[in-house]
Ligand binder design. Structure first.
Ligand code: 5GP
Length: 120
């Protein structure tokens, strides 16, 4: 599997500061910001700062420090967003996963019951 990262994708532009975002949390390795089209009261996207396209790309090639930093950002987002009652984490990948933006991102959605996991 080869990954050909496109540095013109919208999240790369957000990371470079070329497009504004509503930042929820940031550390050395990850940025978390509100989704522009929220599907729930809480809908935060957590992205690595490195050029990774998908979860499997990130899991294979990101350094341990990047992976720990990313997961620490997930923990902070859950804490900041008051998700004690639960949440769903979604990582869409490539065509079958209906991924729109080719920079790895984890959707953290919650703030209401999320329904069953898969539809259709
Ligand atoms: P995907 O289908 O790739 O998993 O989800 C991409 C997500 O990025 C969508 O939920 C979409 O609303 C969000 N999104 C797309 N463009 C922007 C943007 O410019 N800013 C923000 N904050 N979110 C975006």
């Amino acid at each position: 599997m080869t990954f050909d990262y496109d540095d013109q994708n919208i999240f790369a532009k957000i990371l470079r500061g070329e497009i504004p975002n509503q930042t929820v949390y940031e550390n050395d390795h990850a940025l978390a910001f509100n989704d522009i089209n929220p599907q729930a009261p809480v809908h935060v996207l957590v992205i690595p700062k490195g050029p990774y396209m998908t979860l499997d790309h990130f899991a294979r090639d990101a350094s341990p420090q990047e992976q720990v930093g990313f997961m620490q950002a997930v923990a902070e987002v859950c804490r900041i967003s008051n998700l004690e009652d639960g949440f769903r984490a979604i990582a869409n990948a490539r065509g079958h996963g209906v991924q729109e933006v080719p920079h790895y991102h984890l959707h953290i959605v919650g703030g209401r019951p999320m329904g069953r996991m898969l539809q259709g």
